[in-house]
Ligand binder design. Structure first.
Ligand SMILES: Cc1cc2nc3c(=O)[nH]c(=O)nc-3n(C[C@H](O)[C@H](O)[C@H](O)COP(=O)(O)OP(=O)(O)OC[C@H]3O[C@@H](n4cnc5c(N)ncnc54)[C@H](O)[C@@H]3O)c2cc1C
Ligand code: SF4
Length: 601
């Protein structure tokens, strides 16, 4: 205990197997073990210890190529992703088309904690509209649950992981009850400038919501709200909250946080779950399929022990897949049997369908008023001290916009630790200065740029899905996914709207653009998958004919099989998905505990 060897597993019996250790798997393991269940977590990646492995205080000049991104480490030398990225060696995937707008990119991290070790930590609640989009505009699908159904678990997740933000009472941008949010950090200088001018293009900037501790968690009061009536769980979580330090405002969150000031599954969910003594974790365990007993119930999983390359089995009363949306789909589709010849839970052919990402488009500009500012510390909690929620609900309702659904705006500016690019690409401003003049120019322009990124809702469509590629297997012999992708006009027109809005705002700030905004939305939109918010593929619903799982994320066709990641999303609101993945996983975990207590599972 608690890290276990694959060879030992076939002899043990668990209450629940959780596949994957990221946001969904971490939350599920936490909820179940705190509630008394004995859990085995199987993780395809290697063991990762943020306390000893995080490159937190290393600076760019200490790294090769000043830490810049390379094909192996696209987000930079120190980025926390291990054994992954846009490609995972030996684990390919296939794009059905290489045509522009039809390719899908897939970011995977093969490590304990998955992508939560380096994600952006932007943590927004979906609003009431976001759960019922079809009822509002006739497009896509409604969720079988409402905002009110999931709100109590948003509260709990915010209290447990620690999310800063503010309550503003804005449309479809839910406020959190008292005691849930931490106070936001102060805005950057560039944030204040953006705030001053943003009204000219219509939007309002407010405090960002990120999973970063701006002060220590409320370990005296929060545990009782998180685990009412469960004194043991309260004591564990109170102890663990005291071990997490508040942010020290100086190091890039994407490298990970060894002081546990931001949310990573490895620093927030897994330590208390392990402390219960009820969690076993097997790393390097690549799950290939869900196994069934004679009655057609899940009996466990078959996995490859990557260290030996051998096939192994593990057994439990309940199986939860939380391997990330597309990996969960892959496991379901690869779980073929005489009873389920087209893959598990796929009698209606819906597994893999309605894959979504976020609509992304960005514009940056140079702002003369930010030149030559006196040097001052602008590190902060990496970025995201402020953002702007979608502001055009009423214009949209009145039919004044050429697309359905909206986007929020994330932005950044100011100085960071100088790196490879700090004085690069300035020719459009310096016109090619050299020597002393160039040094002066580099100082002048350092920190005078602003960057805007739109993050918008994609409406699920019939042409965006994944399936098993009939010809390709990974190095473990497991068939891989083939992706099909297509944006609709709603998304491309939204991307064009982002370009115009951001360019207008930069102009309003007295700034300049290196290139004019892209007016063709099909060219302005980031490729499918590249925003790394992929969800869908195993939709939840109230009708077994059209969905893969029910409202409690239980497979319609297998009573003791649950999904706990973004695969179950029927829509992908502009709000980044991870907070909702966690809130939903906690909700589903409580359902499993309840059903286990009633001996239904
Ligand atoms: C750079 C970056 C920035 C991001 N920023 C944000 C943000 O600001 N806000 C936001 O909401 N989201 C953000 N995201 C997305 C966020 O990381 C994901 O939504 C979230 O991690 C999904 O959680 P998950 O548990 O479903 O998947 P993951 O975190 O990917 O975890 C899945 C785990 O399952 C394991 N696994 C996969 N297949 C198998 C298998 N067959 N057997 C066993 N284990 C398996 C994987 O190795 C992995 O560890 C960002 C992502 C990236 C990469
Ligand atoms: S900025 Fe704060 S939360 Fe982010 S890595 Fe540094 S200490 Fe951790």
């Amino acid at each position: 205990m608690p890290f276990v060897d694959a060879d030992a597993l076939s002899k043990r019996e668990y209450d629940v197997i959780v596949v994957g250790s990221g946001a969904g798997g971490g939350q599920m393991a936490y909820t179940l073990t705190m509630g008394g269940a004995r859990v085995l977590m199987l993780e395809a990646g290697r063991r990762y210890d943020p306390a000893t492995e995080t490159a937190m205080f290393q600076t760019p000049e200490m790294a090769p190529l000043r830490g810049t991104g390379t094909p192996e480490k696209p987000f930079g030398f120190y980025d926390a992703t291990i054994d992954g990225g846009w490609q995972v060696p030996g684990e390919p995937y296939v794009s059905a088309s290489e045509a522009e707008g039809r390719r899908f990119r897939w970011w995977r991290a093969r490590m304990l904690g998955g992508r939560t070790n380096h994600w952006g930590r932007m943590s927004l609640r979906n609003g009431p509209y976001d759960f019922k989009p079809r009822s509002r505009d006739g497009l896509g699908f409604d969720w079988p649950i409402s905002y009110e159904d999931i709100a109590p678990w948003y509260d709990k997740v915010e209290m447990l992981v620690g999310v800063y933000g503010s309550n503003e009472g804005l449309e479809n941008t839910p406020d959190s009850p008292e005691g849930c949010l931490l106070p936001p950090p102060k805005p950057f200088v560039s944030d204040l400038l953006i705030q001053k001018h943003s009204a000219k293009v219509g939007f309002r900037t407010i405090a960002g919501h990120r999973a970063v501790l701006t002060r220590p968690l409320d370990w005296k009061r929060a545990p009782a709200k998180l685990h009412p009536g469960n004194a043991a769980a309260q004591a564990i979580v109170a102890r663990d909250m005291r071990r997490r330090a508040a942010c020290l405002w100086a190091t890039p969150c994407g490298n990970g946080c060894s002081i546990r000031a931001n949310y990573q599954s490895t620093t927030v969910h897994l330590p208390p779950a392990l402390e219960t003594g009820r969690l076993d974790i097997a790393t390097d365990a690549m799950v290939a399929e869900v196994m069934l007993d004679r009655k057609g119930r899940a009996s466990g999983v078959r996995f490859i022990d990557k260290r030996s390359g051998r096939s192994r089995e593990a057994h439990a009363r309940v199986v939860v897949l939380a391997a990330s949306a597309c990996e969960t789909v892959r496991i379901l589709l690869n779980s073929k049997s005489s009873r389920f010849p087209d893959g598990l839970a796929n009698a209606n052919g819906r597994v893999g369908k309605y894959l979504m990402d976020t609509v992304g488009s960005s514009v940056s500009g140079q702002i003369p008023i930010l030149e030559n500012l006196p040097p001052h510390n602008e590190d902060g909690a990496s970025w995201g001290h402020m953002y702007a929620p979608w502001w055009e609900y009423q214009a949209q309702k009145a039919g004044r916009l050429p697309f359905a659904r909206g986007y929020h705006v994330e932005f950044a500016g100011g100085r960071r630790m100088p790196d490879f690019y700090t004085a690069g690409g300035l020719e459009w401003l310096t016109h090619g200065s050299y020597g002393r003049k160039f040094k002066g120019d580099a100082r002048r322009y350092y920190g005078s740029f602003v960057y805007f990124a739109g993050r918008g809702e994609m409406i699920p469509n019939d042409d965006s899905y994944c399936e098993i590629d009939p010809d390709t297997k990974d190095k473990w012999g497991i068939p891989v996914l083939r992706f099909h992708w297509k944006w609709s006009g709603h998304e491309t027109r939204q991307a064009a709207h982002m370009q115009k809005t951001f360019a207008d705002l930069i102009e309003a700030m007295g700034g300049r653009l290196e290139k004019p905004p892209v007016t063709d939305g099909a060219k302005a939109i980031a490729p499918g998958g590249s925003i790394i918010h992929e969800v869908g593929g195993a939709m939840m619903g109230d009708d077994a004919r059209h969905s893969v799982v029910d409202r409690n994320c239980r497979a319609w066709e297998v009573d003791n099989l649950f999904l706990a990641d973004g695969s179950v999303f029927p829509s992908n609101a502009d709000k980044n998905p991870t907070l909702t993945i966690m809130a939903n996983a906690w909700r589903v975990g409580d359902v499993i505990l309840d059903r286990m207590q009633r001996k239904e599972l």
